[in-house]
Structure formats: structure tokens, C-alpha cells
Design a protein around this ligand. Structure first.
Ligand SMILES: Cc1ncc(COP(=O)(O)O)c(C=O)c1O
Length: 453
């Protein structure tokens, strides 16, 4: 049996262009709406928040968009990333399935987020911006943008969801090492934060609330823009380096995945992996390819939410996106996969789900940690709680192959390491973690506030 385990491209094969799915969608995306007029947004609506190059990328239908040399030069620090064949996991599961995973944990902050953080910092710098605000859940995005800020000498202010700020103090320290400033959200630094603290001084926060704080901050200063780590089309675009590298490596091996599985918070890492492949399903070349998005049962956006226009943040400051949503006021239970606690989902993923090109599943926290431990004990990598969700489903699909005897090729989008998540593993190993069921009443309450469009 061929034991080759690591598959890597040469540095000169780092993609020179990002892939834009908007060129190949069977139907165009529903438009983004202005929150005040409820009419499709214009570039002018977005200029207080984003540089023009990113606004253009958001609506572009060009299939390929050049990656600036300055961005590619920084990508060289960790890209191309390795595609692994999980021989030891396959053996432990006694499965005929071939399991591969593309590992984004080798970037400086330890996740895929750097792929877009560096690009966004670059375009802001080009436009003369001095300071960027953002939100972060688990702290991966805040640390990635702090690193991006360090690359282009920009000041970064991060509003970190309070529960994660306290669960993961070392993420804050990482941001500070790269020169970023991080505060727990809700914070006293914005009106949105102060209002929430007055209502609930112990509020655990949510990504939606942290986004409101970061947007309010950015709108209050001319030298400041806002940056989002997921959800938006340009963020997913930047992440396609993951799928493009994987596709090239698999072509060299003459293999093609039967199943691609990834975790989804706002959807950026998984979309980055599957968009270059879903193109083949859309054009009919690979009709049987299965693409499975995995979310937590505590935040079941795609599996339980309606498809509706909603705000990206809790205060209703952002444009309206058509997406599966749990309602912008939804405050998710405090699970450890902080990056998956988001009420909405990338429009691109929702559109493809609605059209039947992707599937969705929800998983309980305890089962995902169990899968993460199996993965660590076979493959060595201690994964972040987020990718443990898709590792769980990857293992499940491999076990189905054991039953059926099929040697399917399963590709896992592995978004990052869990080295700063030891408190979560400690809680799991000492039996303190619990599962959270879908909080039906809370979601119904939040859905009552969906904007009328
Ligand atoms: C390691 C990791 N994986 C996945 C996610 C989820 O984000 P997205 O769905 O945008 O990839 C996060 C978000 O913080 C993360 O830190």
C-alpha cells in the first residue's frame, strides 16, 4: 500500500489568482440590500467601511481575480499548505475509505483566516487607511488580522466575544504581540456595547454584537475601516487558495473527492475549499460529488433557520443579506467552538444550499471533541474545536464505508490547530463539557425581529 502521507506544491505554484464562483453560479446571488432604503446597495453605501477594491470584488462576476504580488509574498511564509493522507486514522477506523485533509493550521496564527486578513490589510493600506476595526469569536480572526496589520503597519482594534475573551486569554496576548488591541465585547467603548452592558452586565456576547461594535467604531472615524473575517463574497474569494491548491495536488495524484466536508461559522474556510470543486458539480462534470457543511446543534443556522433577509450584526448597522439565519438578535449558548457561534451564513453558501449543491448537518459539542481526540491520537494534530465538527462527520462517513465496503475518497477541510484551546480540551477530558440543544424559544424570539423586506 502506498504510504505517501504529505502532498505539497512548490512555492512557485501558490495560486496567482483567486477563483470567483459568481462567474459560474447557475442563478445570480440575491442582491445585498441597503438597510435604510431596502434597495440593492451601491458601492457608495459601502465606502465608509471598505476599500473600493474589496467592494469591486464583492460584486464582481469575473472568474479569476489577480492576487497582488505583495500579498503572495506574505502567503509564502506558510503557503502552499500541506494536503495529508490520513493513513493512521483510516487504519484506526478499519475503513477502506481514503481520507485526506488540507491543513490550514500552519499559518502564523494557526488558521485559514490569514488568507483574507493579509489581503484585506493590503487593500486598506493601498487606500491610505490607518486603522481597522473588527470582531472576533474564538480569537482566530482577531489574531489573523493583527498579523495582517503588522505586515502593513496598520493599527488593529478587535472586539472579542466576551465568553471567548475569558475562555482564551492567550488569543488576546497573540493579538498584542502582533500589535493589535483587543477588548471584550460588549465593551464600554461603543454605544451598542454600553447599551447591552446596561441591559445585561454578564452578557456573554455574540459575533453579531461584536460586529455592531466594530462597525460603529469604524463609522465614527475617517481614518478607520471595518473588516469582516467571514460571510462576505470577497472573504470567501480570498479563501479559494485552499481549494485551488488542493485541486491541483489531487489532479497530480489523479484522485477526485467523493465527499468534501468542512465546518461552517460564517462559511469562509469551507467555501474556500469547496468552491473550486462545486464548479464541476454545477457544470455537470461531477454530478455525484457530495459537499457537506457542518455546524453546531447549538447554532443550527442552515439546518433550522429560515432563508430570509437579515442583518449581519445584532444592532442592524450592516447591509441586509439573504441567508439562512437564526435572527440577528440570537445569542448562542457558550460552546467552545467560538468561531461557529454566528446567527447567519455566507450568502454564497446559502444560495448553493437552496439550489441543492451542498448539504448541511448539525453536530453536538461532545461528539465533536470525541472525534478531535481520535484525530489527535492518530494523526497527531490537536485541532481547534471548529474543525472537530467536520472531523466528526468525516469519521462517520468513513465508518459508513466500512459497512458498505466502498473505498470513497473523503476530503476534510481542516481549518486550524487548537493549541490555544487547551481549556476546552481540559473541560472535555475532565467531564465538565455538556451538549446544548437547539434553544427553540430563543430562536423563535430572535426570528420575530427579522427585518421586513
Ligand atoms: C479554526 C476555525 N475554523 C473555522 C472557523 C469558522 O469560520 P468560517 O466559517 O468563516 O471559516 C473559525 C472562526 O473563527 C475558526 O477559527
Amino acid at each position: 500500500m502506498d504510504k505517501k502521507t504529505k502532498f505539497v506544491l512548490d512555492e512557485k505554484e501558490i495560486p496567482t489568482q483567486w477563483y470567483n464562483i459568481q462567474a459560474d453560479l447557475p442563478e445570480p446571488l440575491p442582491p445585498i440590500l441597503n438597510p435604510a432604503t431596502r434597495k440593492p446597495i451601491t458601492p457608495d453605501d459601502l465606502t465608509p467601511l471598505f476599500p473600493m477594491e474589496l467592494i469591486k470584488q464583492e460584486v464582481s462576476t469575473e472568474r479569476w481575480i489577480d492576487i497582488p504580488d505583495e500579498v503572495r509574498d506574505i502567503y509564502r511564509l506558510w503557503r502552499p499548505t500541506t494536503l495529508f493522507r490520513a493513513h493512521r486514522l483510516e487504519k484506526a477506523l478499519d475503513t477502506p475509505a481514503k481520507i485526506f485533509y488540507k491543513y490550514e493550521g500552519s499559518s502564523p496564527p494557526g488558521s485559514h483566516k490569514t488568507n483574507t486578513a493579509v489581503a484585506q490589510a493590503y487593500y486598506n493600506k493601498q487606500e491610505g487607511i490607518k486603522r481597522i476595526t473588527t470582531e472576533t469569536g474564538a480569537g482566530q480572526w482577531g489574531s489573523a488580522l493583527s498579523f495582517g496589520g503588522a505586515c502593513f503597519d496598520l493599527e488593529i482594534k478587535v472586539y472579542m466575544v466576551s465568553i471567548s475573551y475569558h475562555q482564551k486569554p492567550y488569543r488576546r496576548v497573540m493579538m498584542e504581540v502582533w500589535g493589535g488591541k483587543c477588548v471584550p465585547s460588549p465593551s464600554p467603548d461603543t454605544k451598542v456595547g454600553r447599551d447591552m452592558l446596561a441591559k445585561d452586565p454578564d452578557c456573554p456576547g455574540s459575533l453579531g454584537l461584536a460586529i455592531s461594535e466594530a462597525v460603529e467604531d469604524a463609522l465614527s472615524r475617517d481614518d478607520t475601516h471595518y473588516s469582516l473575517g467571514s460571510v462576505l463574497n470577497h472573504v470567501l474569494l480570498h479563501q479559494t487558495v485552499i481549494g485551488l491548491e488542493t485541486k491541483k495536488l489531487m489532479e497530480k495524484m489523479d484522485v477526485y473527492p467523493d465527499i468534501i466536508v468542512g465546518c461552517v461559522g460564517g462559511g469562509s474556510n469551507f467555501a474556500g475549499m469547496f468552491l473550486p470543486f462545486v464548479k464541476d458539480k454545477i457544470d455537470g462534470t461531477k454530478p455525484d460529488l457530495r459537499i457537506i457543511c457542518v455546524e453546531p446543534t447549538s447554532t443550527p443556522t442552515m439546518t433550522k433557520g429560515p432563508y430570509a433577509y437579515d442583518f449581519g450584526d445584532s444592532a442592524g448597522l450592516t447591509p441586509l443579506l439573504k441567508m439562512y439565519t437564526l435572527g440577528h438578535g440570537f445569542i448562542p449558548p457558550p460552546i467552545h467552538a467560538g468561531g461557529l457561534r454566528y446567527h447567519g451564513m455566507a450568502s454564497i453558501i446559502c444560495h448553493l444550499y437552496k439550489l441543492g449543491f451542498v448539504e448541511a448537518r448539525a453536530e453536538y459539542q461532545l461528539a465533536t471533541f470525541k472525534a478531535g481526540i481520535t484525530f489527535a491520537r492518530t494523526e497527531g494534530i490537536i485541532s481547534a474545536p471548529e474543525p472537530n465538527h467536520c472531523i466528526k462527520v468525516g469519521i462517520e462517513e468513513a465508518l459508513k464505508c466500512r459497512e458498505s465496503g466502498e473505498a470513497k475518497t473523503i476530503l476534510i477541510a481542516h481549518s486550524g490547530h487548537g493549541h490555544v484551546d487547551m481549556a476546552a480540551y481540559d473541560a472535555y477530558l475532565s467531564g465538565k463539557l455538556k451538549d446544548y440543544e437547539y434553544p427553540k424559544e430563543k430562536i423563535e424570539e430572535a426570528l420575530g425581529e427579522l427585518p421586513k423586506v
